[in-house]
Design a protein around this ligand. Structure first.
Ligand SMILES: *[C@@H]1O[C@H](CO)[C@@H](O)[C@H](O)[C@H]1NC(C)=O
Ligand SMILES: *[C@@H]1O[C@H](CO)[C@@H](O)[C@H](O)[C@H]1NC(C)=O
Ligand SMILES: *[C@@H]1O[C@H](CO)[C@@H](O)[C@H](O)[C@H]1NC(C)=O
Length: 285
């Protein structure tokens, strides 16, 4: 049955059978996690050849709707090891992306960047170990992030900095274990915690630096010479600030310790002065 459907699809869209991933959809208007009334594709993957490049989606839309109107994509139990490419060619206006119970091991900018209207992602129950640099750079509207049941250990610096709307974060991981719902101030505190507890690997930091170098080149190309050094300094100062923030926490503990030492020394000094006074009185009564 599925095979027949697939072949008819292949015939309709006229692509070669060697390299294809087809998303076989059940379309409906449903609530997806926090968002009600989304026109959604609940899909199954049918793949031949390259398992990551989507080449077609099924066209069994309801109510005369079209691909452009699809707001949510739900792919569960798909066994993919990295995020599919090319989905945006079919569904450019996705607001909600759900890919659960699969084998994805990391998330990158390229996985999300083609969906500027995303407000909600759910990658629960994968094998994600790391969130890489600039992950949300092109998806600043994201409000809700679901990453529960992943072995996340490493998170690149600044990953969440682009998300001013972020209000829900579900992350029960190795390095950070909390579910935060509709609370921006709790998010702000959590981000500092994540910064301290889930540092990126050396390799990830290197790629940050390399990417930073690329960014510098981009800026150089795009902005005229006069502004360029300034923009670059701002970028550099941003990264320095992050490192100092971590040091300040360490130093705050040291300052506390030194303050206590000073107090003790003052007490010693006072008693010595009293002793001296006593001696002076005995010598010259
Ligand atoms: C994915 O498939 C499309 C259409 O068949 C093709 O044009 C594109 O080059 C492929 N992309 C990759 C990364 O393989
Ligand atoms: C995103 O949303 C805006 C406004 O709702 C819309 O005009 C646009 O077409 C949507 N899609 C993309 C890909 O930007
Ligand atoms: C939001 O989180 C903060 C800090 O964790 C907490 O003090 C506050 O009570 C929370 N607000 C709500 C509405 O839950």
């Amino acid at each position: 049955m599925i095979v027949l459907k697939m072949f008819s699809l292949l015939l309709i869209v006229g692509i070669s059978v060697n390299e294809a991933v087809i998303i076989d959809c059940t379309y409906s208007i449903i609530r997806v996690w926090t968002v009600p009334n989304l026109y959604a594709c609940q899909g199954k993957l049918i793949s031949i050849g390259d398992p990551n490049n989507v080449t077609a989606v099924s066209h069994n839309h309801i109510n005369g709707k079209s691909n452009n109107e699809v707001q949510a994509l739900i792919l569960d139990n798909s066994q993919i090891k990295s995020m599919l490419r090319n989905i945006n060619q079919f569904y450019p206006n996705l607001e909600s992306l759900t890919v659960r119970y699969s084998d994805i091991t990391e998330l990158n900018l390229e996985d999300l960047q083609d969906f500027p209207n995303l407000t909600q992602i759910d990658f629960g129950s994968n094998k994600i170990e790391r969130l890489n640099w600039n992950l949300f750079k092109k998806t600043p509207k994201v409000k809700v992030i679901g990453l529960n049941w992943n072995p996340i250990k490493y998170i690149a610096h600044n990953v969440f900095d682009d998300l001013s709307e972020l209000e829900m974060l579900h992350m029960n991981q190795r390095c950070f274990d909390r579910n935060i719902n509709n609370n921006k101030s709790a998010i702000a505190a959590a981000l500092f915690d994540i910064f301290q507890k889930c540092p990126p690997t050396l390799e990830m930091m290197k790629s940050e630096i390399v990417n930073g170098e690329e960014l510098r080149k981009e800026i150089k190309a795009e902005i005229d010479e006069e502004i360029n050094p300034l923009t670059w300094s701002v970028f550099e100062m941003g990264s320095k600030l992050i490192h100092y923030e971590a040091k300040i926490t360490q130093n705050e503990n040291q300052i506390q310790y030194l303050n206590n030492e000073i107090k003790i020394l003052k007490l010693h000094l006072q008693s010595l002065m009293r002793f001296q006074e006593m001696l002076t009185k005995q010598k010259f009564p």
